[in-house]
Design a protein. Structure first.
Length: 162
């Protein structure tokens, strides 16, 4: 009975539930915090906006130098609210942002620019855009995932036995 309960707790469906209920909220909070403090130990501190960028933002009715990577909140919503979780034959996979992000070309381009920076700038003498990564992980995330996964497996196993 115990082996069947553990098998159920580690099934693709159970692991997808873990990703949905535990992993996704964890990463969403990490991303929200990264936006709030404009970088972190994982992504590095985001470079301030160039004076010309600040001026353009102000002309468009957005706040000047803050918040970085966030004008209307679209990029933040893309990486926090848009995700896919899918059981696979041997486990489960979470993708941030999800597949529907591919249909949001402008936001996808903003995400790539945030992650990698860009040497292309349509405005002469404007200079390259430095990377200001919004998605980042490090070993502390692996540790957190393993601890949460252990709790999930124990909880599901115990629930199946009692």
């Amino acid at each position: 009975m115990l082996l069947e309960a553990v098998d159920q707790a580690t099934s693709p469906e159970s692991l997808a539930l873990f990703l949905s209920e535990d992993a996704q909220p964890y990463f969403a909070n990490e991303i929200i915090d990264r936006f709030a403090v404009e970088g972190d130990e994982k992504s590095g501190d985001w470079e301030p906006l160039a004076d010309a960028t600040v001026a353009i933002r102000q002309q468009l009715g957005y706040p000047g130098s803050d918040p970085i990577n966030e004008r209307a909140g679209d990029l933040l919503r893309l990486v926090v609210e848009n995700y896919d979780i899918e059981p696979t034959p041997s486990g489960a996979v979470m993708q941030i942002p999800g597949e529907s992000a591919a249909n949001q070309g402008n936001l996808q381009e903003k995400l790539v620019t945030a992650q990698l920076g860009s040497n292309f700038n349509p405005i002469p003498n404007f200079g390259p855009t430095p990377p200001r990564p919004v998605l980042a992980v490090d070993p502390t995330d692996l540790e957190a995932m393993l601890l949460m996964l252990r709790s999930h497996i124990v909880r599901v196993t115990a629930g199946a036995l009692f």
